[in-house]
Design a protein around this ligand. Structure first.
Ligand SMILES: Cc1ncc(COP(=O)(O)O)c(C=O)c1O
Length: 461
């Protein structure tokens, strides 16, 4: 057997948190009670939690010490100015507006600029981004390059937007496009990066048509690392300079600090347009808080400021992306099909290929998340028909997204190589008895973001 080398952690462990194992019978009971939705299972009943990389990072000693010096003043806190400086130094935008997390930044931006019938192009919208556009009566359009949907296309920048399609769309619909977004890395399309060349083209198209261009910048550091490694001309650049250059083509960004700010909560909007910034701040005050805290404590702002300083570190990002390559290689070795190449924050299993006996209407990726918890107490998330499918309210017919995947999102600095081996082993065991995995049907669902709270039942085989 081929020995697959794990990446070596560029840190040592100073604080540990015990995790409990559960019995198969207990997991069965918990699944039933949760309506076979792993979002409904208490976290202390999860052995390895790969539900999300969002807000689940282990903070560094520097971040924890920063929290002790957080300034909790209502207005003008020292921590805000530190945070503002950290964001400005990397993003280069003039105005920095903190929010309690990424979707609050999206809501405030879209509530201010999107009107009914407007269209917002993106490479692929994340679920909250799509929901925040649609709640305003807007259309969330995905213009990612066609190869993004081919799980076998092993390309360096599968997150790129189809810039020609964007250009053509803007030429016809410019007046109904309040903003163009670009998600780095492209979470809903396999965590794939966007190249600098593509960022430049999208920025140029937006400038030509005078449409503001914003990043959804949650994983900007992972994206910058991929540019350094994969795009010609950037190999000797400092990661901070790559990030600065990425943002230099845009007018602003929304960001969830729960990803590449290495914090457990927080987010922000950063932008250059002073008039728009003041409209956003008006809405911020109504719902999130005064513009120097935006729903966060001073210590949260400190944690984000220090996280942003730490994240653009070559050794950290080499290990981080190395963890995904390692997990992906173990799965491939075990015959579990994965989306290629592996992304920056997650490995995506191709559930419809692993479980070809389950038709799309019985949600094979959902079935795999249940099987993984059942098998080993590992929690992952479905990125498929339940998350992105749509039910026709009149006929009840479902339309399905093009990819049916399970995302194994790896929290930052939390799990070791042995944990990843355990996860790969559990999926290998499922693969060996795959024909025993059954599909699911939805029995209860809310109107938006149904995957969070839907209840399902197992379909008889
Ligand atoms: C690409 C992307 N955009 C936006 C968000 C929303 O951020 P938050 O969970 O902080 O609201 C997420 C969260 O996972 C994301 O991955």
């Amino acid at each position: 057997m081929r020995i697959i080398q794990p990446p070596v952690e560029p840190f040592r462990i100073k604080v540990v948190e015990a995790v409990d194992r559960t019995s198969g019978r207990e997991r069965e009971r918990l699944l039933r009670a949760a309506g076979y939705n792993v979002f409904g299972i208490p976290a202390d009943k999860i052995f390895i939690d790969l539900l999300t990389d969002s807000g689940t990072s282990a903070m560094s000693d520097r971040q924890w010490s920063g929290m002790m010096v957080g300034d909790e003043s209502y207005a003008g806190a020292r921590s805000f100015y530190r945070f503002e400086k950290a964001v400005r130094d990397i993003f280069g935008f003039a105005h920095v507006i903190p929010t309690h997390q990424g979707r609050a930044a999206e809501r405030i931006l879209f509530e201010t600029v999107v009107r009914k019938g407007d269209a917002v192009p993106n490479n692929i919208h994340f679920d909250t981004t799509q929901a925040n556009v649609e709640v305003r009566g807007g259309r969330a359009l995905n213009f990612v390059r066609e190869e993004a949907y081919d799980p076998e296309a092993d390309l360096p920048f599968k997150g790129d937007m189809d810039a020609a399609k964007l250009e053509a769309f803007l030429a016809r619909n410019r007046s109904r496009v309040p903003v163009v977004m670009l998600t780095v890395t492209n979470n809903s399309g396999g965590g794939q990066p966007v190249s600098m060349a593509n960022i430049r083209s999208v920025g140029a198209a937006c400038r030509r048509h005078r449409v503001p261009f914003f990043f959804d910048a949650c994983r900007f550091a992972e994206n910058a690392y991929f540019i350094k490694r994969r795009e010609k001309g950037y190999g000797s650049w400092a990661l901070r300079d790559i990030a600065r250059k990425m943002f230099s083509f845009a007018d602003g960004a929304t960001m969830s600090g729960k990803k590449d700010a290495l914090a457990n909560i927080g987010g922000f909007i950063a932008l250059n347009d002073a008039a728009l910034a003041s409209r956003l701040k008006n809405l911020l005050i109504v719902s999130e808080g005064f513009p120097t805290y935006g729903g966060l404590t001073g210590r949260d702002l400190e944690a984000m400021a220090r996280g942003l300083e730490e994240v653009l570190d070559d050794r950290y990002l080499e290990h981080r992306t190395g963890q995904m390559s390692y997990l992906g290689a173990l799965l491939e070795e075990a015959g579990v099909p994965v989306f290629k190449p592996v992304g920056g924050h997650a490995v995506y299993v191709l559930a419809d290929r692993l479980l070809p006996h389950i038709p799309r209407e019985f949600f094979p990726a959902w079935a795999l998340t249940v099987a993984l918890y059942r098998e080993a107490g590992v929690r992952a998330v479905e990125i498929g028909g339940v998350m992105f499918g749509k039910k026709n309210p009149k006929t009840g017919a479902e339309t399905f997204p093009r990819l049916e995947m399970v995302r194994l999102a790896v929290p930052r600095r939390v799990y070791t190589a042995a944990h990843l081996q355990y996860v790969a082993g559990a999926l290998a065991a499922i693969a060996r008895k795959r024909e025993r995995v059954r599909g699911f049907r939805i029995v209860e669902e809310p109107p938006f973001l149904r995957h969070f709270t839907a209840r399902l039942e197992e379909v008889d085989s």
